[in-house]
Write a protein that binds this ligand. Structure first.
Ligand SMILES: [Zn+2]
Length: 342
């Protein structure tokens, strides 16, 4: 067998990680205990739950589990702990830059309202970043199951707090609901305020949803975007524009978007020149973190160390990291390639 370098030592940027979904399973159990929350067996079994989101019922079940986990985050200390542990896990996996995605609306009821919730989250990110040394920023994500006016409110808020560590605006939840263009005003507000547009698309629905993100929301990054692989013209467009797809292969398999790891079209996107940033999405529910996504590319798609390094470079280039951090990470990637394989 060929000797390989340790992917957890490969410097990379992590651009697709949801807030509650980043939680350690053991932390979830402790917080549930602390607050007297009774968790369903699917969350306490020590194994990631069996999920299937290719129909609305399956997606609903996934969301319900997510909501249950989120309900265990009740006070500022819980938020601080979650963020610090997300940073620690990322560092262990070789991440040198983390953009964490959150809809503060979901935390508002327990944290004293939307603005207090956002401030607690941003403070926690700032503290964790200083204490761990990991560069961290926030993407505020609107929920497409809610009214577009809610998304506009969030976009305005995100712009107002841009200097407190918000770099982007997203749109999450079931792609089958509503149209991307319903959220075009919210995205215009975010873009005009200097935030990058990074909506989810091309996960639960096909290439058309990615096209909508590009045309209607002027996305500069796409959450997932994998199903663009079904449309060669769209792939060319993504490559030409340099739109980074935040591809989360383990999530895709866990949710049944693809049957097996080898079915995730990593090669198709890579060969088409579409920049990718591999991400873990919701490690709490899918059972694997950042380095495991690179390992999956190696094991199931035969990515060489050169190619894994190129994927890591793409993640750094697609990030909102400042120039000095980008240079440091890119130099670290070169060093990784020059290090002897284990
Ligand atoms: Zn996501």
């Amino acid at each position: 067998m060929e000797r390989e370098r340790d992917v957890s030592l490969l410097p990379k940027a992590h651009l697709h990680l949801h807030f509650t979904g980043s939680m350690r399973p053991t932390t979830l159990l402790e917080l549930a205990d602390k607050h007297g929350v009774h968790l369903p067996e699917a969350l306490t079994g020590g194994e990631p739950p069996k999920l299937r989101a290719t129909d609305e019922r399956g997606w609903f079940r996934f969301q319900r589990l997510y909501d249950m986990a989120r309900s265990c985050l009740r006070d500022p200390e819980d938020i601080q702990r979650l963020v610090r542990e997300a940073a620690e896990e990322d560092i262990r996996d070789g991440s040198g830059w983390l953009e964490i995605q959150v809809d503060p609306t979901s935390y508002a009821p327990r944290l004293g309202g939307l603005i207090p919730a956002l401030e607690i989250i941003l403070d926690a990110v700032d503290t964790a970043s200083r204490e761990t040394g990991l560069g961290m920023r926030v993407l505020v994500a609107a929920n497409r199951m809610k009214h577009p006016l809610d998304a506009r409110t969030l976009a305005r808020l995100a712009v107002r707090y841009a200097d407190r560590g918000i770099v982007g605006f997203g749109l999450s939840n079931d792609e089958r609901r509503g149209m991307a263009r319903d959220f075009d005003r919210a995205f215009a507000i975010a873009r005009e305020g200097g935030l990058l547009a990074a909506p989810h698309g091309g996960e639960l629905t096909g290439p058309a949803s990615v096209r909508d993100c590009l045309d209607d929301l002027r996305a500069s990054r796409i959450g997932h975007g994998v199903r663009a692989a079904e449309d060669p013209r769209l792939l060319r467009k993504l490559a030409q524009r340099g739109v980074t797809c935040e591809v989360c292969p383990a999530s895709n398999v866990a949710l049944g978007v693809y049957e097996k790891p080898e079915d995730v079209p990593l090669r198709t996107l890579y060969d088409a020149g579409v920049p990718m940033a591999l991400g873990a999405d919701d490690p709490l529910l899918f059972g694997s973190r950042l380095a495991a996504q690179y390992e999956l590319a190696r094991r199931h798609h035969a990515f060489t160390d050169q190619e894994l390094a190129e994927l890591a470079r793409q993640s750094v280039r697609g990030s909102a990291a400042p120039e000095d951090i980008r240079q440091k990470l890119l130099a670290g990637i070169d060093d990784w390639l020059e290090s002897p394989p284990a």
